[in-house]
Design a protein around this ligand. Structure first.
Ligand SMILES: [Zn+2]
Ligand SMILES: [Zn+2]
Length: 297
């Protein structure tokens, strides 16, 4: 199993000379296998080019797993050409929003409201289905198993574990490792710490021994104190997650929009420099990169 990155940026697309290397499109990841239909994680602006690539082999059957419905993860969908073509099949999967009581179908249809886009969802010509998943639910797609794992983000967010061809890959979507809201010495500190431990363990248990983890590593450690509660991890928290579950490699993605190529190069070099032999391989995702899940490169 291979993974190809069509969008690696968090929050908003960032075209320009200083983001050419790592890419400016927002989150979209394709799972590439020898057989079976297309499996895609998230529909950020990167899905536009992926759609054009898939159209080279008609008819397209695509299974699109949406981590959550923040703009940077769905904004490319109205430009995903297979949706417009009769004979193509596009199946969407994602969480039901328990706060606003809205399923994925409602949210994606609203995204194509006539105020925002000139083609309405009802006018799309592909055969389209929507399926709301529950936490822990597994979907089979062409011999691959995809399981939804609840993560920590300001809106309901699923990470997805894909098991196929004897390998496991986990994509976190957007995720901030839960933190203790009490200070050491506070009465509730220890009890809350135990709850957090259980929360983290429940994620780790599901993804243990993953060959590769693709993780939201938006911030540096230095930036993080000003961003607590924004729902994103740091390069260090992603590496720690990969260590905890014994992953073979961790791919850092969802790059902060202000992060220029030279800065990502420097962070990459820093992590290579401090890697010990037992550590997972660390890779910084860039647009167009294709990685062998088993090899981590
Ligand atoms: Zn995001
Ligand atoms: Zn988000």
């Amino acid at each position: 199993m291979f993974v190809k990155f069509w969008g690696t940026r968090g929050s908003i697309a960032t075209p320009g000379n200083d983001t050419v290397k790592y890419g400016g499109n927002t989150t979209c990841i394709q799972v590439c296998r020898d057989e079976g239909p297309a499996i895609i994680f998230d529909g950020g602006t990167g899905i536009r080019a992926l759609g054009l690539e898939l159209m080279k082999s008609m008819p397209v059957e695509a299974h699109v797993f949406i981590s959550h419905t923040h703009w940077d993860h769905i904004q490319g969908l109205p430009f995903f050409v297979p949706l417009f073509v009769p004979g193509c099949k596009v199946n969407f999967y994602g969480a039901f929003d328990p706060v606003y009581h809205r399923g994925l179908a409602d949210i994606l249809k609203a995204q194509m409201d006539y105020c925002y886009f000139p083609v309405r969802e009802g006018e799309l010509k592909a055969e389209i289905s929507y399926r709301s998943l529950k936490e822990g639910e597994t979907v089979s797609v062409g011999g691959a198993r995809v399981t939804a794992v609840l993560m920590n983000h300001p809106v309901m967010n699923f990470g997805y574990l894909i098991e196929a061809d004897g390998q496991k890959m986990f994509f976190t979507g957007d995720h901030e490792p839960p933190r203790n809201i009490y200070e050491p010495g506070d009465e509730e500190y220890e009890e809350y710490g135990e709850i957090l431990q259980l929360k983290n363990e429940s994620i780790y248990e599901k993804i243990r021994d993953a060959d590769m983890i693709v993780a939201d590593s938006m911030y540096t450690e230095k930036e993080y104190p000003a961003k607590v509660g924004w729902g994103h991890g740091t390069h260090s928290t992603c590496l720690e997650m990969a260590r905890q579950v014994g992953a073979g490699s961790v791919v850092m993605t969802h790059h902060e929009p202000i992060r220029l190529d030279a800065e990502l190069d420097a962070i990459d070099a820093e992590f290579r420099g401090k890697r010990s032999d037992d550590d997972p391989k660390v890779v910084f995702a860039r647009e167009g990169l294709m990685i062998d899940v088993g090899q981590g490169e």
